[in-house]
Design a protein around this ligand. Structure first.
Ligand code: ATP
Ligand code: MG
Length: 249
């Protein structure tokens, strides 16, 4: 991130209540071009809800979300489909179509949203699978893949339309250390190509490895959003309790 970084996503004073439960009490997030923001928060704090609100799967009670100065509210379903090509969401479980091969899972968005011919689709799928360390896996079914592989294919599917922003919902949850490391390597590779994204996680090591800033969602608000260095050095008890609970005396 440099001083001239452009703001690509702006979330202002987002509020959402379910029944009597105020989940978001005024969320403010600004995401800059080529920035990866890691988002922490307790279970049920409303992290997924932020991501789902960005892509229009939930509508906030109040507040505003804008993407490159375009207000993302009151859009038609077709407009949302268009936005979701530019802002991709990596679901926690990969959300692959079980009955389709890896190739068909990846070809699907290309067939839906581009004019590519079969040869171009084949090349694009092969290139994207190589990027997530899954070259040659086109013919496999999701059930033939390990959890880690499914997540990498989920990432490949999110990447394939070359979105401007990728939202990751706990991409390393449930992965063993070697698959986590592999996923982190994939993210770093994407970062080298200019990835902009939000990375919801409970995994501190992965967040420190990939994030430009670390944000903590606490009591319905973004409590802080700072560089990993600042977070590491912080003496703030809420930050330390949250991120380094083992230090608790
Ligand atoms: N559509 C909905 N209807 C009712 N309650 C909802 C809905 N979506 C989210 N919630 C509630 O909002 C709160 C936040 O949910 P969310 O899924 O964003 O949490 P989270 O921070 O992602 O948690 P986790 O780390 O467990 O995934 C939860 O209490 C959840 O029950
Ligand atoms: Mg969640």
């Amino acid at each position: 991130m440099s001083a001239q970084s452009q703001s690509v996503l702006m979330i202002k004073d987002l509020k959402k209540t379910f029944g009597t439960k105020a989940v978001h009490r005024g969320i403010d997030i600004e995401l800059f071009e080529n920035e990866v923001l890691a988002l922490f928060g307790g279970s049920g704090a409303g992290k997924s809800l932020i991501l789902r609100s960005i892509i229009g799967l939930e509508s906030p009670d109040s507040g505003a979300i804008s993407w490159r100065n375009r207000n993302l509210s009151g859009l038609s379903e077709n407009q949302w489909i268009d936005i979701r090509k530019r802002i991709a969401y990596v679901f926690q479980n990969g959300a692959l179509f079980d009955s389709l091969t890896v190739f068909e899972n990846l070809a699907y968005p290309l067939r839906e949203h581009t004019q590519m011919n079969e040869e171009q689709i084949r090349a694009k799928v092969a290139e994207t699978l190589a990027m997530v360390d899954m070259p040659g896996s086109e013919a496999l079914l999701p059930s033939e893949l390990s959890g880690g592989m499914q997540k990498r294919v989920g990432l490949a599917r999110a990447m394939i339309l070359e979105p401007e922003i990728i939202l990751f919902d706990e991409p390393t949850a449930g992965l063993d250390p070697s698959n986590t490391a592999r996923f982190v390597q994939n993210i770093l590779k994407l970062k080298a190509r200019g990835l902009t994204g939000i990375f919801v996680t409970h995994d501190l090591a992965s967040a420190f490895a990939v994030a430009d800033r670390i944000a903590i969602l606490h009591e319905g608000k973004i409590y802080c959003a700072e560089s990993p260095e600042k977070i590491r050095q912080s003496n703030d008890p809420i930050i330390r309790n949250f991120l380094f609970p083992e230090e608790k005396t």
